[in-house]
Write a protein that binds this ligand. Structure first.
Ligand SMILES: Nc1ncnc2c1ncn2[C@@H]1O[C@H](COP(=O)(O)OP(=O)(O)O)[C@@H](O)[C@H]1O
Ligand SMILES: [Mg+2]
Length: 260
């Protein structure tokens, strides 16, 4: 069982898009039993995959109020894909961490991962992280084997990479096995500045850069209005094709999907 966190402290880089589409591909094309954990209080992944609003989800899990992980899991309409929904009460978690009562919070997702591993109830956990180094984010890193960093082809993303690696390193005492699988260039399109940014990232990034890039297309924006993965909304779009190719690269490089 593998746990992948989709992480970047910057917002708007494609974390949620990547988390939703990776989860969808692993469940439908690779027949994996996937648990998507929405660790962002903005609950974008939750809203994309579940009807209605106002789920408790992750908050009781991180605050120790849920006695078992299956109390906080919801089924999506996609076969093989379940979700731990986010709730906007996730800010309470940070308050307990700040006041020093959050010790178990930081290990809560790791404990859930271990319980899932023991029960053999899922094959892959994908965690959609918030754009901040919050309690939920640290808990996500502490539960993960592989970290995937979506980036935009801009200087802010490229220059922020060293800091991000240092932050992830800081969590290693909770999870020594965590490694950065790579950064995924999103919103790629043919223009001089984007090609230069890609070259810069491939030459100077402190972490591996995936060979596959995800093209920018309005089909991704449309898929948010349709509350669907772009793979489902527009399977022949460039982004859908890219996500399929990238998932294949990831599965190969990270030895995901063993045994099924
Ligand atoms: N490849 C893409 N092409 C076009 N729009 C994209 C692409 N990837 C993400 N987006 C859009 O960019 C915005 C931010 O993406 P999102 O996945 O929510 O980022 P994050 O979770 O990092 O904040 C969303 O409106 C999303 O639909
Ligand atoms: Mg997001």
């Amino acid at each position: 069982m593998r746990t992948c966190a989709i992480l970047n402290m910057k917002g708007g880089v494609g974390k949620t898009t990547t988390a939703i589409n990776l989860s969808y591909i692993l469940a439908t094309s690779y027949q994996q039993r996937v648990l998507l954990v929405d660790a962002d209080g903005q609950a974008n992944a939750t809203r994309a995959l579940l009807p209605g609003e106002n789920y408790d989800g992750l908050t009781p899990l991180l605050s120790g109020l849920a006695s078992c992980y299956d109390e906080v899991i919801a089924h999506t309409e996609i076969p093989g894909l379940d979700i731990v929904p986010a709730s906007n009460s996730l800010w309470q978690i940070d308050l307990t961490c700040i006041t020093g009562h959050g010790h178990n919070t930081l290990r809560a997702l790791r404990d859930m991962r271990d319980a899932i591993d023991e029960d053999s109830s899922y094959d892959v956990i994908v965690i959609d992280c918030p754009p901040s180094f919050s309690g939920a984010c640290v808990a996500a890193i502490a539960a993960s084997n592989s970290i995937i960093i979506p980036v935009l082809p801009d200087a802010f993303s490229a220059e922020g990479m060293e800091d991000l690696v240092a932050q992830i390193d800081g969590v290693r005492k909770l999870q020594p096995d965590v490694r950065i699988a790579g950064c995924l260039i999103n919103q790629f399109h043919r223009s001089d500045v984007v090609l230069d940014a890609e070259e810069y990232l491939r030459e100077s990034s402190p972490v591996p850069v995936f060979e596959t890039v995800i093209h920018r297309t309005d089909k991704v924006l449309e898929s948010t209005w349709a509350h669907q993965p772009v793979l489902l909304w527009s399977p022949r779009s460039s982004a859908a094709r890219d996500f399929r190719a990238w998932a294949q690269e990831l599965v190969r490089k990270e030895a995901l999907c063993n045994g099924r």
